[in-house]
Structure formats: structure tokens, C-alpha cells
Design a binder for this molecule. Sequence first.
Ligand code: GDD
Ligand code: MN
Length: 388
Amino acid sequence: MNAEVLDNKTQVSIIIPTYNESQNIVKILRTISKYVPKNISTEAIVVDDNSPDGTGKIVEEYLKDFKKVAGYTINIIHRKAKDGLSSAILNGIQNAKGETIVVMDSDFSHPPQIIPKMIEAFKQYQCDLVVASRYIREGKIEGWTTKRKLMSKIAIMIAKRGLGVKIKDPMSGFFAFKKNIISGLNFDALGYKFLLEILVKTNGINIKEIPYTFENRQFGSSKLDNSIILDYVKSVWKLYKSKNSSITNEKRGSVHFISKAARFFTVGASGFIVNYVISMLFTSGLTELWYLHANIFGIIASISTNFILNKIWTFEDRDFSRKKTFSQFGKFGLFSSLGALIQLGMVFWLVDSHNVAYPFALISAIGTAAFSNFILNKKLTFKEKLGG
Ligand code: GDD
Ligand code: MN
């Protein structure tokens, strides 16, 4: 026996929403129990919406005789009324004990044999989300009408174009993920497209698609009707707005730009003070360095404090991983030196060949250098869009 099973901690939770699935539910639960990995403690959670055909009662009956297989349990959540597939999935997740969540339909369109492959994929590909996909090589659909196929394609196109979703089958209802990737997220859970919400609302997760064949159900009927198509449109619109809330409004974009530039110049001014104080300190008191050497320390100190303040305050970047921070610091230093060169060159050019008075030349040169510095750091060091 496996130690992980003995300590009884559930590792995988399989969420199975049902609405009028009396002809499928027992069979699918039996089949799933054959395929759950034996060394991984697993629970199945049926989420039933008070199905008029008695699906919920059938499950209760089945559970009375269900002999617990080592490491495998089945639970059921009874909801009062039909409240949609996505919301059923969300309810299941909220009650799940496992770290890994698998979501699947109960009508055999999602073959249970794929479950162990999905769980294996987490380790194999070091990913956080595994999507069983009909639209990659070796994946397919059987038994769908041309109309339904076309609808699926259009829905996918909308998700890709409108929401910038990258994977091939964002409409899949068959997927698995590490629960921690959704912690702190709020879900609209409208209609059918739970996966799409995960795709849009998480950042930088690793996704792997594995192929499967979707077979249209043999028993019962699909619950996808026009209201669900409408929910899809609503849900895409909501996601689109939440995704672009900071840039839809151009005014807001320019406010951001100006406030960031103001912070950048404030930091620059603070750097001037640091530079001055450190340079003075090192020429007097304990160290008594030669003033040019002391000035080098002043410059290094002010570049460092400028960098830290700009990273945290101006550009609100809280990622302090070592590699990233060092490379940003390198760029920042480079642009600071570049700024100095621009400033020197411009002062010289204005005073010498255009007879501009030195104070004016200095002010425009400092302004130009500071502004180009801001743009370069915004775009290249902190990888922001220019306008926002
Ligand atoms: N609890 C609950 N409440 N379950 C529901 C509800 C609901 O309101 N609506 C549907 N379900 C359950 C069904 O009983 C079934 O187990 C599963 O959700 C999928 O419903 P179907 O009606 O069979 O969906 P479909 O076959 O048309 O579409 C499926 O496949 C598509 C392609 O992978 C869904 O999984 C889609 O999300 C998916 O895009
Ligand atoms: Mn179905």
C-alpha cells in the first residue's frame, strides 16, 4: 500500500456535474473508479441540481452499497435547482479536498481513460493546467452535427481573437488543474465556459493540451440551448471588460502615464540628494577619499536607490526574483549612463554650435535625458506598454 493513501489525504478531486443523467451516472461512476490511479487518493464529487429524473437519488442509492475502494471515495452535493454547469463546477471546487481538480461531464463524452493521463501530465510536463483537447493532433469529435461543430469553431475563434486565449481547445469541458492557481480569483461562473474563465483570469501558468476523442452522448440529451449561447456572449463580454479595464479608457491610460512619469522624476530628484550626500560623506570624516572617487560612490548609490524606488513605486513591480532583478538593474544602469551621455552631448551641441545660454541648454538637456530615460526604462527595463 502506498503511504500517501494511508495518510488518507485526498490528492485528486473529480468534479462531475449532473442534470438529468439517470441513464449515465452510475455507469460513469463505476468506469471512473476503474481508471483512477490506485496510488493516488481520489474523491469524486457529483454536483446535482435536483434533477427531475432522480439522478441525485440514484447516486444516494448507489452510495449505500458502494464498497470503498482503497483511496477512492464518492460524495454528492445536492443543489436546490438548475443553476448552470459553470456554477455547479465552482460549487464542486469549493467543496473539493484535493490539490488537483479534474472536471468532466457525466455522459461519457469525456472518456475516463484520459484521467490518469491528465494526472500523469502534471509531472511529465511540469504544468498547472491540463486540457483534454479535441483540436490538437490525434484529438477529434464524433457524432456532432455540422451545426454544433460550426458553433464550437466560432466560439473558439471569439475566445482567441477577443480574449487573446492561446490554446487550441479553450471550449473544452474536460480539464484538470492545481487548485492553487485559482486561489483569490472571483468567478462569474456563467453558462458553460469555466475553463475560459481560468484561462483569462490566471497569469503565467503552464498549460498542456493532451488529445482525446469527444463522443457525443448515447443516453439523455445535451443541455446546451440558446440561453447558454447567450450566456457565452455575456461571459466573453465580461471577461473582455475585466481584462482590458485598465486600457479601455484612453484617458485613464494617459493619467497612468503622467503619474508614472511624475514618480520617475521624483525618484530622480531623490537620487540627486543621495548622490550629493554620499559624495560629501566620503570626502569628509572617516574615509577622506579623493573627491572624484567619492563621487563614484555617490553615483553608484544614487543609481541603486533610484532603481529600487522606481521598481517598487514607479512601476509597481514586486517580482524580486534574483535573475530578473539583476538584469533589470543592469539595464537601468546602462540607461542611466546613456542618459548622462545624451545630456553631455546635448549641452555641448546647444552651447557650442547654437550659442544657447548655458542654463537653458542645461535645463533642456536634463529634461531630454530624463524623459528618454523614463521611456527606455518603462519599455525595456520594466516591460510596460508605452501608453499605460
Ligand atoms: N449540476 C448541473 N447543472 N449540471 C449540468 C447543468 C446544470 O445546470 N447543465 C449541464 N450539466 C451537466 C450535464 O449533466 C453533463 O454532465 C455536463 O454538465 C455537460 O452537459 P451537456 O449538456 O452534455 O453538454 P454538451 O455535451 O453539450 O457540451 C459539453 O462538451 C463541450 C465540448 O467539450 C460541455 O462539457 C461543454 O462545456 C463543452 O464545451
Ligand atoms: Mn454532453
